[in-house]
Design a protein around this ligand. Structure first.
Ligand code: B12
Length: 201
């Protein structure tokens, strides 16, 4: 395994999906990828993040998970170009969900969540890092989830709601739930129980 990817995995980032950055530059919002190194690595995590994050993060700083992510990627890849889900680039968030779909990491459900064939909706996207090399060929994958309606129904109920439990129900509606986050991780991402607004996951 590439040593950078190995270092990230040790910190809980267990998804490292390589793709052709120049090919992905045809996706709206990702045009700037045409100018950098050829291999993009879409970095994310499953529930594997939670224990390493709790062990190493500084929970007293603002947005501890975003800072933990930035430090982990800098430690793994040095000053390689990196784009983060939590940061705005040119005044807007980058459309990471669309990139994940275009490069075949997962497929988009009616809930607008990216569904992975193994992890279901229980993954988070964190960053893209660009490195030199030969990229693998990637294409979109068929939708791995089988239900037609459950998440759409849950989404319709959640959209007008301010209860975080209704948004959790959108994710829980997916039958692919082997990798469901722990209760502690769910509360961190969805509720304000830790004193701040929900943070991406
Ligand atoms: C801003 C944002 C939000 C905002 C606003 C969304 C909005 N409609 O405006 C808020 C804070 C509400 C939000 C909530 C959630 N989000 Co959000 N969000 C983002 C973020 C940072 C940017 C989205 C964006 O503007 N992209 C740029 C535009 C141009 O691209 P786009 O594809 O058109 O983006 C649209 C969708 O992404 C959509 N969207 C964003 N989040 C969600 C969540 C759900 C359930 C739905 C239906 C749509 C949706 O809104 C965007 C604008 O219309 C992305 C990360 C990223 N950089 O993409 C995460 C992201 C899409 N969110 C994610 C998640 C998981 C959630 C939550 C379900 C859980 C959570 N707390 O993190 C919650 C659900 C609601 C809740 N209250 O709990 C994940 C999705 C993972 C996956 N498996 O698909 C992402 C990729 C973050 C991550 N680290 O993985 N989110």
């Amino acid at each position: 395994m590439d040593p950078g990817i190995q270092r990230l995995a040790e910190r809980g980032y267990d998804i490292a999906h390589a793709f052709d950055a120049h090919a992905a530059a045809c996706e709206p919002g990702w045009e700037h990828l045409a100018r950098g190194p050829r291999v993009g690595i879409l970095i994310g995590n499953t529930r594997a993040l939670w224990e390493p994050f709790l062990a190493a993060a500084n929970l007293d700083e603002a947005d501890p998970l975003d800072r933990y992510t930035e430090r982990a990627i800098a430690a793994a890849f040095g000053d390689a170009p990196a784009y983060f889900t939590h940061r705005e680039h040119g005044g807007a968030f980058l459309p990471f969900s669309r990139l994940a779909v275009a490069t075949g990491l997962g497929a988009l459900a009616p809930s607008h969540l990216v569904i992975h064939p193994i992890y279901g909706p229980w993954l988070a996207l964190r960053a893209v890092v660009l490195v030199d090399g030969e990229p693998p060929a990637r294409s979109p994958i068929p939708k791995p989830c089988t239900c037609a309606e459950a998440c759409a129904t849950a989404l319709a109920a959640a959209l007008p709601s301010t209860r975080w439990e209704d948004w959790l129900a959108v994710r829980d509606a997916c039958p692919l739930r082997t990798y469901r986050y722990s209760v502690a991780q769910i509360r961190y991402h969805y509720s304000k129980a830790w004193g701040r607004s929900p943070r991406g996951g």
